[in-house]
Ligand binder design. Structure first.
Ligand code: NAP
Length: 358
């Protein structure tokens, strides 16, 4: 079956990644593109002229699609597609209004934005970790008064570089996490060329990122109860998020403590053998080996490993004991692939496979 899809925010950093991932996707066919009024009415090729940020060329089968105003043409877009991806740079309230408008037009929304992430009946999915959270969609449809429409969100890109590595270790009673993230400039929708303050410098502040890094994992690890997700009570998480002069790829230095400290070989064994729902369902965008542990002492490295398995795998290294926490390690993921557009495409595949999008 082929699903007709739209991309709202198609001209932005995440939108461009979505275009590249979807132009030859086996299940999804891009038929509509939306952005702000300033891009509307132009062909996609003209709308991104001079601001195409990808290293791969713009796909010819999408270049000639006319971009529509995502707000003004919402009805038209919703009627033409089976669902939309949404990645817009708007204040939270306006993003929520835009997404709910599409959902109420009976068009499911696969969102990269943060405005609905902590709403109990909106699933925030990392398909390998909490695929069962999609069950809350039934309650959300009731709240919105929809038959088909709903919103499902992706988590923040920063947590996707370390939460997957910690997930299989929960069985040891994960109690405390300290994560320091080193985040690429593409996370701010920029390139090294368009962010000159980053040359020869690091910036120790990313607005809102530390709060998201400390709270979103608790929803990901939460339980479905009465149509909503109840956040996990633990572990206790503290995070520090730093912008570094790297184009793509968020890397985290992670420290963790447990009720029962695992042996290091147990940890590596769990990483080597981990398979989530995305692998079990053999979804088209699922990496074969989601968690990849490198034994080389100077791995993972952002430039060398961010594209592992099309940017959908998480690279881990430097596992060792710590004098304050039980273990420490370093992990890395591609922030606009696994952390944004690729994670959204994988989530959409999951929702189709589970029958939430028909
Ligand atoms: P971006 O490069 O600034 O792109 C923003 C997009 O939003 C553009 O397509 C823009 O269209 C569109 N837009 C702005 N105002 C609009 C309006 N009124 N109606 C419809 N579309 C409008 O931003 P980005 O980096 O792609 O991020 C987009 C979202 O994804 C944000 O919520 C961000 O937090 C999230 N996210 C980003 C990353 C990342 O690594 N970059 C990772 C995870 C999540 P015009 O071109 O017409 O202005």
């Amino acid at each position: 079956m082929t699903y007709r899809v739209g991309i709202i925010g198609a001209t932005g950093m995440v939108g461009q990644r979505l275009v590249l991932l979807l132009h030859s996707h086996p299940w999804f066919k891009v038929v509509a593109l939306g952005a702000s009024a300033s891009s509307a009415g132009q062909t996609y090729k003209d709308a991104v002229a001079g601001r195409w940020k990808m290293s791969a060329p713009l796909p010819s089968n999408i270049a000639e699609i006319t971009v529509k105003d995502a707000l003004v043409s919402a009805k038209e877009i919703a009627a033409a597609v089976d669902f939309v991806f949404c990645a817009v740079d708007l204040p939270a309230k306006q993003t929520l209004e835009l997404e709910e408008m599409y959902a109420k037009l009976e068009c499911p929304v696969i969102s990269n934005n943060s405005s609905s992430r902590m709403t109990a009946d909106v699933p925030m999915i990392i398909p390998e970790i909490n695929a069962g959270h999609t069950a809350v969609i039934a309650a959300q449809r009731k709240r919105l008064g929809t038959r088909r429409g709903f919103i499902a969100v992706k988590s923040n890109c920063s947590i996707q570089c370390y939460v997957p590595a910690l997930h299989p270790l929960k069985k040891f009673g994960l109690s405390r996490i300290l994560a320091c993230t080193y985040q690429a400039v593409s996370g701010a929708g920029k390139t090294l060329e368009s962010f000159p303050e980053m040359i020869d410098s690091v910036i120790p502040f990313i607005g809102g990122e530390e709060e998201k890094s400390e709270t979103e994992p608790l929803k990901i690890w939460g339980e479905v109860e009465n149509g909503g997700i109840i956040n996990a009570k633990r572990p206790s998480i503290t995070a520090q998020c730093i912008r570094v002069p790297v184009s793509d790829g968020h890397l985290a230095a992670v420290f963790a403590s447990f009720d029962r400290a695992p042996d290091l070989y147990e940890v590596v064994d769990l990483w080597d053998n981990f398979k989530g729902e995305a692998q079990k369902l053999t979804l088209p965008s699922a990496p074969k080996q989601f968690l990849r542990y490198f034994r080389e002492e100077n791995y993972p490295q952002t430039r060398l490993h961010r594209d592992l398995e099309n940017g959908m795998a998480v690279s881990i290294g430097r596992l060792r004991r710590d004098c304050q926490y039980d273990i420490k390690f370093v992990s890395l993921s591609h922030n606009t692939l696994r952390g944004a557009a690729g994670g959204a495409v994988l989530m959409a595949e999951l929702l189709c496979a589970q029958g939430w999008i028909k």
